[in-house]
Every structure is written in structure tokens, then in C-alpha cells.
Design a protein around this ligand. Structure first.
Ligand code: GAL
Length: 386
């Protein structure tokens, strides 16, 4: 009996100590008082925030962060769940608001589970009192359809109702091309194009003035994207088009659910993606990256007096070591957040992708700093507050 009791109490104490150590290792919800770029960032329930390629909307005193929900492994690069929403009053501590837009279980849906659904952005339409989400959509598992999807909700956290996906502005010429650049492709140009294999990055012989003309009838390609609402309430869709070679800036309709046909081409043949826009002191700034897939490259910055251009390149906005400058602190831009109530304070939001284990992609948020001439730049911070 004594032997049994000793064994029993040994087992009990082992169980208790195992439970205690498991508890110590389990993620704890904690109160954050600063940003720590690149580190695991837990939501209020102690679970790592899962909102990649995201954007933020401020509404009635709270910030709402929308991003791609990823799962473990390479399968996480495809949309298995949908668009995740979090909310916060202080930008450091985030409450899980659940899945705002779910992928569909119906394999015939444009947003069927397993499609590619990236870089969701949500804006509020005062005219219709609704929240409008646009995102990059590929039907299926490769990057050939280059469509944009749109969804709408009455509540900011959703559920969002998927409306449609499509190519952009079919039948409309850009506002900043003239004469023979507003004509469909001639047969010899079609032949030239068919001889070039494009993969989403710079290629020899990339034709500066053909792809948008090829796509005039069926609509323009759109991959990496963002949205921007100007002070007058006009919304714009900014996206990598023409096989990623050229950015387009396209006006949205009053209800933000479609395009008006007013659009411009920007930086033809410069292969910009990951666009993120902000406005300061009447000037528009555009962060972007080059096209190297999930691997980071050097950021780019441009400035304009009007959203539809002329845009002027300002070069690489990153300061620091060569590696920090050439890899944008190992991240790629997704959004620039104006901090509400702090004019002139902007947060550069970027993703440190992890395509082998997509769920473990990290968030790199850095302050947008300004030099003596007022030009924006970025510098690494281990930890910072706004
Ligand atoms: C990146 C892009 C991401 C994703 C990825 C796929 O360049 O910014 O949003 O599309 O390519 O390789």
C-alpha cells in the first residue's frame, strides 16, 4: 500500500509539473505597448495574428486590419480559409474578429477554396453606407487569370458577400496615351507578343506599349493591388498590370463596386508591384517593390502632385546596411497607414513572406520618417512606438 501511495503521488506530481510547463510554453495573450517588427505578434487570445498582404481601415474609433488568412506549409499560399479581420483601438493590441470573407466550398465559385486570393483591402463607401473589399484573385492555382474580386458588407467585420471577379476596364483606353497608342494590336504586333514568354517579372523584349492594347477588349490584368480614397471621397484601385510590367491607377465608381473607365498607366516596363499609397501635405507617395515573387527586393518610392500623375521616381527609400536597403528589411510593402489624430504620422506595413510555411509570414511595420526636404524614408527599428 505504501509503495502504491508513493508511486501514485509521484505520478500526480509529474502530471502537475507537466501541466505547469505546458502552460508556460503556451502562447499567452499579453498587452503590447510597442511594435516589434518581424517578431511573432499575438492577438488578444494569444494566437499569432493571421492577416497577410493586409490593409487597415479606421472606423468609428477602431482600426480594422484585413489580410490573407494563411495555413501551415506551402498549401497556405493558396486561399484555404479567406480574409481574416482583426480590430484594435491602439494598433498594438488586436482582437480577432473572425473571417470577414470566406472562400467558397463550391468548386465552381470564383473564390473556391484553394484559389489564389491576395492583398485584400477594404474601404467605406459613405454614399451606400457599406464596406467594400477588393482583392487580387486568380481562379485556381496559377497566376494566369490576373483578376480583381469585389465583395460588400453592411458590417465592417463582415460577413462580406462576394459579388464578382473580372479583368479591369474592358473597352476603355488609358487617359494618358494618345494617337496610335489607342489602337488595338496589329497582326505583326500580335505575332511579336506571342513569341515572348512572360512570367510576371522583367523579360527581354518586353513591349512597352502592347499588352494593354492586347487586353483592351477583355479588360486589363490586375495582380498586386491596393485601394486609396482621396480627400474628396473618390476611390482608386492601384494594381500591377500588363504582365506586372506597368502599374495602373483606375478610378472606382461612386459606390466603389466597379470602375469608371478613367485610368492611367504608370511606369511602363518598370515592373512594380506591392503598391502602397499615402498622401501628405498635398503630395501623393507610392511605395512599391520589384517583381521577385515571395523573395524580397529593394523598395521603390515615387511622388506626384496628382494621383493620376505625373509620377516621379525618388529611388530606394530604405536607409541602413546594404542588406537592409537591397531587401527592404526582408519585407515587401502592403499598405501605408495614416495614424488617426496624429497628422504626419504614417506606418509602413510590409510582409516578410514565408512561402514554405505560409502561416509563419511576419509583419514588418516601420515608421515613415521624413528628411529635411520632406522626403519619406525608412529605417529599421527593433522596437518602436508611434
Ligand atoms: C509576390 C506578390 C505576392 C504574391 C507572390 C506570389 O510578388 O507581391 O502578393 O503574389 O508574389 O509569388
Amino acid at each position: 500500500m505504501r509503495n502504491f501511495l508513493m508511486k501514485f503521488s509521484a505520478i500526480v506530481s509529474l502530471l502537475i509539473s507537466t501541466c505547469l510547463s505546458l502552460q508556460a510554453e503556451a502562447p499567452q495573450s499579453k498587452k503590447y505597448e510597442s511594435f516589434r517588427p518581424g517578431e511573432v505578434w499575438l492577438d488578444g487570445s494569444g494566437v499569432p495574428i493571421n492577416a497577410h498582404g493586409g490593409g487597415i481601415l479606421f472606423h468609428e474609433g477602431r482600426y480594422y486590419w484585413f489580410g490573407e488568412h494563411k495555413i501551415e506549409g506551402e498549401a497556405g499560399n493558396l486561399a484555404q480559409v479567406g480574409v481574416h479581420c482583426y480590430s484594435s483601438a491602439d494598433l498594438y493590441n488586436w482582437r480577432d474578429e473572425g473571417i470577414a470573407l470566406k472562400v467558397s466550398e463550391n468548386p465552381r465559385s470564383d473564390i473556391a477554396k484553394g484559389c489564389i486570393l491576395e492583398r485584400p483591402k477594404v474601404i467605406y463607401c459613405a454614399k451606400t453606407k457599406s464596406f467594400v473589399m477588393w482583392f487580387h484573385l486568380e481562379l485556381g492555382q496559377n497566376y494566369s487569370s490576373a483578376r480583381s474580386g469585389v465583395a460588400v458588407a453592411k458590417n465592417i467585420t463582415g460577413p462580406y458577400r462576394f459579388i464578382e471577379s473580372k479583368r479591369i476596364n474592358a473597352g476603355f483606353w488609358p487617359m494618358n496615351v494618345f494617337g496610335r497608342f489607342k489602337e488595338p494590336l496589329r497582326p505583326e504586333e500580335k505575332e511579336y507578343l506571342s513569341g515572348i514568354k512572360m512570367y510576371g517579372g522583367p523579360v527581354d523584349g518586353y513591349p512597352l506599349d502592347m499588352i494593354y492594347r492586347r487586353d483592351f477588349f477583355d479588360g486589363q490584368m490586375a495582380r498586386d493591388m491596393t485601394l486609396f480614397v482621396d480627400d474628396d471621397g473618390t476611390a482608386y484601385h492601384i494594381y500591377s498590370s500588363e504582365e506586372n510590367g506597368t502599374l495602373h491607377i483606375a478610378q472606382l465608381s461612386d459606390d466603389y463596386l466597379s470602375h469608371t473607365g478613367f485610368w492611367v498607366r504608370t511606369f511602363p516596363g518598370k515592373f512594380n508591384e506591392a503598391p502602397a499609397i499615402f498622401k501628405k501635405d498635398g503630395k501623393y507617395y507610392l511605395f512599391s517593390s520589384g517583381c521577385t515573387g515571395w523573395a524580397p527586393n529593394a523598395a521603390r518610392l515615387a511622388v506626384a502632385d496628382s494621383l493620376t500623375g505625373e509620377w516621379t521616381e525618388l529611388g530606394n527609400p530604405c536607409r541602413g546596411t546594404d542588406e537592409e536597403k537591397s531587401l527592404t528589411f526582408r519585407s515587401q510593402s502592403t499598405y501605408v497607414l495614416p495614424v488617426v489624430g496624429k497628422p504626419g504620422t504614417f506606418i509602413f506595413m510590409a510582409d516578410r513572406w514565408n512561402p514554405k510555411n505560409a502561416i509563419d509570414g511576419r509583419y514588418v511595420w516601420l515608421p515613415v520618417l521624413f528628411d529635411e526636404e520632406g522626403a519619406p524614408y525608412l529605417e529599421w527599428q527593433d522596437e518602436w512606438k508611434y
